[in-house]
Design a protein around this ligand. Structure first.
Ligand code: TXA
Ligand code: MG
Length: 342
């Protein structure tokens, strides 16, 4: 079914207020609304209304086996959702909330199975984006919201990117500008005996282990395709992918890069390059994007750059391999997933 998609701008006090009213009206009516968060745009619905939640899966084409993050904006909503709140959850929430960290904890029965894909746990996040917070508070209830993209596609960090994927499928997109974090939140599972990072993000294991020394990365424990898929069903390998084939590689200089591409049958005129340290010239490449050599600035720019590349319909996207330091974990993870189509 095709629906008319309105875009609510929030650039002055009156339009901000109108956007809030419209968003809450749709949510109260059991509809879905795309909202800005500090990480990526989310596709939100009433987390306690199973029919509304079903509309999220429908709009995204998301498999029902992939659970959603529930967003809260006060302690009361946390209590509505979490069956228990361990001391590590309290510590991490104190340090990083509101912000780009999601905590998986035991759930209360009020959270429908549709949200958690039948798991006994729920992923909770208290976002810092003022607009998302205002909508949750005005709605007075938790909102389930995955990233506002079609399943297995790039998460959007701007209204333009949400539109490109969901226009005609959802009634409202609230425009809150570009997302300041740029990649999805770090997901930490606190339901097992050892706190486990299921999805790395800008709050990386270095910072987390300073507070929780026992914390571990899930990939070191389980096969991402099998064990982990059970535990965090959204973590299949190909996720967050642009439409073009993406490959992560290193090069010494432009001649060596061109030589390698010729060997692999890649046409530079149909190839976009993303680099942060060794910049090839453009042309012969279709596009060369220079991303700052800093993990947070890189994360902020990554999806927007990949989106720009995709618009050109390249044959391939070559990404200069980022450093293998823990602050880059989130970026590396997204690049590896995007590259797994190869
Ligand atoms: O930054 C973000 O986290 C964004 C914004 C909108 O908040 N949301 C987001 O949602 O990235 P989504 O649905 O694209 O990713 C949610 C991730 C998935 O990998 C899912 O498997 C995992 O969280 N997850 C959700 N509930 C879980 C649970 N109960 N146990 C384990 N993993 C869970
Ligand atoms: Mg997603």
């Amino acid at each position: 079914m095709i629906v008319h998609t309105s875009i609510a701008n929030t650039s002055d006090a009156a339009s901000w207020e109108q956007a809030l009213v419209d968003a809450v009206d749709f949510l109260t009516a059991g509809q879905v609304v795309a909202l800005p968060s500090e990480t990526v745009y989310g596709l939100a619905a009433d987390a306690l209304d199973r029919k509304a939640v079903a509309r999220i899966f429908e709009a995204k084409g998301r498999p029902s086996t992939n659970p959603l993050i529930v967003h809260v904006a006060d302690e009361g909503m946390l209590e509505t959702c979490a069956a228990s709140w361990c001391s590590i959850a309290a510590l991490l929430a104190k340090h990083f909330w509101p912000g780009p960290l999601t905590l998986v904890v035991p759930k209360k029965p009020i959270i429908p199975d549709e949200v958690t894909a039948g798991l006994n746990s729920v992923a909770l996040r208290w976002p810092s984006h003022p607009l998302m917070q205002a909508v949750i508070q005005r709605f007075q209830g938790p909102l389930a919201a995955p990233s506002a993209n079609l399943s297995n596609r790039l998460s959007p960090t701007s209204t333009e990117q949400v539109c490109a994927q969901l226009q005609g499928k959802i009634p409202l997109i609230v425009d809150g500008g570009s997302c300041s974090v740029g990649i999805e939140s770090t997901v930490v599972d606190l339901t097992g005996s050892i706190p486990t990072i299921l999805r790395p993000g800008v709050i990386h294991r270095g910072v987390l282990s300073a507070l929780v020394p026992s914390i571990q990365m899930a990939s070191g424990v389980m096969d991402p395709d099998e064990g982990l898929a059970q535990r965090s069903p959204g973590q299949h390998r190909q996720h967050y992918a642009p439409e073009a084939s993406l490959r992560v590689c290193r090069w010494e200089d432009e001649p060596s890069l061109l030589g390698r591409m010729e060997h692999e049958g890649l046409d530079p005129a149909k190839t976009c390059v993303l680099c942060h340290e060794r910049f090839p010239s453009s042309p012969p490449f279709m596009r060369v994007s220079v991303i700052p050599n800093d993990p947070e600035a890189y994360a902020r720019a990554l999806y927007a750059e990949l989106f720009q590349c995709d618009q050109l319909r390249p044959q391939s996207i070559l990404v200069e391999e980022p450093p293998s330091k823990e602050a880059w974990d989130g970026v590396l993870d997204r690049l590896q997933r995007a590259a797994s189509g190869w």
